[in-house]
Design a protein around this ligand. Structure first.
Ligand code: HEM
Ligand SMILES: *[C@@H]1O[C@H](CO)[C@@H](O)[C@H](O)[C@H]1NC(C)=O
Ligand SMILES: *[C@@H]1O[C@H](CO)[C@@H](O)[C@H](O)[C@H]1NC(C)=O
Ligand SMILES: *[C@@H]1O[C@H](CO)[C@@H](O)[C@H](O)[C@H]1NC(C)=O
Ligand SMILES: *[C@@H]1O[C@H](CO)[C@@H](O)[C@H](O)[C@H]1NC(C)=O
Length: 320
């Protein structure tokens, strides 16, 4: 008898732990009572910003990713440098590359106004803006889990170490994602984020001149805008439908037309080839996997309850 109730208790604890690990204590209805206008306000500003410049949708999606991979989704990426820490914004993967901070500021002031005070965290704004950006460019929607709080510190070293490199091979990418609790399926699905946006010549130069797993005419076309030296900041689209959230990123990989070395690693004879192939012909499968993995990524180490704070200004820790 005693052992049976012990077993029930164990099962109960396991279920509780699994639920906590899955939802990380976040909830899609977190702001429903305290500020029902929060989500529509974010959506409106994201839609305006994407209408004005489609690339902004890509930039906002990337901000959430670069936030989550450094000490969890806590808006650490938004903090400017102080005397006690350096900004993640100047870490090599971010410097002169991540953007969208003005749009985030605009969302924050509009949301605080709509809510009558700072009740929505900057970390949640990034998560919702990422989803709304994907939707605005024709991608899938999902219920964003909410209730993250904002960090009181940032870590440039960790941004340098944790953010994946475009020069990495498949095994390094897999272990980089594994360190965040994300598996290979998450890696492939989330890399589909490269269906939108741009990259700089300095990032893809070695690929288009030195890689051998690249379609020759694609390499030549890219070389025309990215010379061997100079033009470091010339842009190319990550796929040729860069304002549409579609499967073209994956169909390109199958044709050896990935722009980044890391992109083509996902289809280069290794363990992720079959997933790339599946997503290349199945928008529904890609959409479902992307949404699922975005929720998983959004659950990385959130600050909840009394941890952290709700920043008044996303760029600064609140003055006490
Ligand atoms: C798998 C490892 C990844 C690597 C190595 C990587 C690397 C990069 C690099 C180097 C750029 C171009 C930066 C520049 O030239 O300034 C870029 C752009 C971008 N990345 Fe990734 N990325 C990865 C995964 C992801 C994920 C998981 C997402 C989102 C779910 C994402 C979303 C984007 C977007 C949307 C852009 C375009 C941003 C813009 O145009 O402003 N990336 N990525
Ligand atoms: C970031 O980029 C700026 C402008 O190119 C450069 O002056 C600065 O040294 C870079 N910062 C770091 C930390 O690399
Ligand atoms: C930043 O992260 C690194 C690597 O985990 C750690 O060694 C360092 O103490 C952290 N720095 C700050 C200021 O938290
Ligand atoms: C991948 O890159 C890492 C780090 O550069 C290296 O140690 C490893 O041997 C490479 N793996 C393969 C399979 O090439
Ligand atoms: C290509 O590789 C060679 C040999 O490693 C190197 O010297 C050269 O700088 C590389 N070219 C580019 C454009 O990366």
């Amino acid at each position: 008898m005693a052992s049976r109730s012990m077993m029930y208790l164990r099962v109960l604890i396991m279920v509780a732990l699994a639920t906590a690990a899955f939802s990380a204590n976040l909830s899609p209805t977190f702001y429903n009572k305290v500020c029902p206008q929060a989500l529509p306000t974010i959506k409106k500003i994201v839609e305006e910003a994407v209408k004005k410049e489609t690339r902004m949708g890509a930039s906002l999606l990337r901000l959430h990713f670069h936030d989550c991979f450094v000490n969890g989704c806590d808006a650490s990426i938004l903090l400017d440098r102080t005397s006690s820490f350096l900004s993640e914004k100047t870490a090599p993967p971010n410097n002169n590359s991540v953007r969208g901070f003005n749009v985030v500021d605009k969302i924050k002031s509009a949301v605080d106004k709509a809510c009558g005070g700072p009740v929505v965290s900057c970390a949640d704004i990034l998560a919702v803006a990422a989803r709304d950006s994907v939707v605005a460019l024709g991608g899938p929607t999902w219920k964003v889990l909410l209730g993250r709080r904002d960090s009181t510190t940032a870590n440039r070293t960790l941004a340098t170490v944790n953010l994946p490199s475009p020069f990495s091979n498949l095994s390094t990418l897999i272990s980089n994602f594994k360190n965040q609790g994300l598996n290979r399926k998450d890696l492939v699905a989330l890399s589909g984020g490269h269906t939108i946006g741009l990259a700089r010549c300095i990032i893809f130069r070695s690929r288009i001149y030195n890689d051998t797993n690249i379609h020759p005419s694609y390499a030549r076309a890219r070389q025309a805008i990215c010379p061997v030296s100079g033009g470091d900041n010339n842009f190319a689209p990550l796929d040729h439908t860069r304002s549409l959230f579609d499967t073209v990123y994956f169909t390109n990989l199958v044709k050896r037309k990935g722009l980044l070395h890391s992109d083509q690693e996902l289809f280069n004879g290794g363990s992720t080839d079959s997933l790339v192939k599946t997503y290349s012909t199945n928008f529904k499968a890609f959409s479902a996997a992307f949404a699922k993995s975005m929720i998983k990524m959004g659950n990385i180490k959130p600050l909840t309850g009394k941890k952290g704070q709700i920043r008044v200004n996303c760029r600064k820790v609140n003055s006490s």
